[in-house]
Design a protein around this ligand. Structure first.
Ligand SMILES: [Zn+2]
Length: 267
């Protein structure tokens, strides 16, 4: 699933292709997850922003076209009329190109809403601060984790302590911080370490154009390169790069999880 670095990579590539373009026409798959797409017609795309794993295309009529890529969603800009059965929504732009949401498994969704009105997108409305938000510090992260008794990895995936982290970057950051993913509480020094490692793995992911395991592609059709840099995620059975112990795979709250049983202690 695309996480913050993948969505940020899409944002950066998409912006120069669509900013300043007027949407002439739109079409959507009838599912309520996509059906509002045509209502963006007539507006000019002013900017392409991001919040957590959501893309926010600012329109010149005080609305936003909000897109969540789900598991397999890809935003692409193409020329001509390629008929592809997995396109769930498209927008014809005034330069003859077409912006489209291609989504094989249909876990993505979109909305065209007044700026900041996210009642119809509850996971966007309730998510925590951006990882680099100046107001987010280790003390704030620590207090946020203390409000819940859920396991630390599950808390990260909830988007509530901070926005944008999914399975890959949660496993990586917890491994680098030496925190067992099943812990239900962390200390303040651990929160400090965790925040630093979360920022580091997300920065690295962006620098590498995201992580491609299967479906993720940038708008120019290229896979990311960050899968080559992962130290823990997907490496169960291999020796830990830090201590040599065999990395182990387990399931935490229904999510596959890789960790080092030596570096990441439950106590
Ligand atoms: Zn280790």
């Amino acid at each position: 699933m695309p996480e913050l670095p993948e969505v940020e990579t899409v944002r950066r590539q998409l912006a120069p292709l669509v900013v300043g373009r007027r949407i002439l026409d739109g079409w959507a798959h009838p599912s309520p997850k996509f059906s509002s797409a045509p209502t963006a017609a007539g507006a000019v795309i002013e900017d392409v922003g991001r919040r957590g794993k959501y893309l926010l295309l600012g329109l010149d009529d005080d609305r936003q076209l909000v897109v969540h890529l789900g598991m397999t969603g890809q935003l692409r800009v193409r020329r001509g009329d390629d008929v592809d059965p997995y396109v769930r929504a498209w927008w014809a732009l005034d330069d003859g190109r077409v912006l489209e949401l291609h989504d094989v498994r249909r876990f993505g969704r979109l909305g065209v809403v007044p700026v900041g009105e996210y009642a119809s997108l509850p996971t966007l409305a309730m998510q925590g601060p951006e990882p680099w938000d100046e107001a987010l510090d280790a003390g704030g992260l620590w207090r946020a984790t203390r409000r819940s008794r859920a396991r630390i990895k599950t808390q990260l995936l909830s988007q509530r302590p901070l926005a944008g982290v999914g399975n890959i970057y949660a496993d990586e950051a917890l491994w680098r911080a030496g925190i067992h993913p099943a812990r239900r509480s962390i200390t303040k020094p651990q929160a400090e370490r965790l925040l630093a490692e979360l920022r580091a793995v997300l920065d690295q992911g962006i620098a590498n154009g995201g992580t491609t395991l299967r479906d993720y592609r940038t708008p120019d059709g290229e896979p990311g390169r960050n899968q080559l840099e992962l130290g823990c995620y997907g490496r169960a059975g291999e020796p830990c790069a830090r201590c040599g112990t065999e990395l182990r795979r387990t399931v935490i709250d229904a999510r596959g999880t890789t960790f080092c049983p030596d570096c990441q202690r439950t106590r």
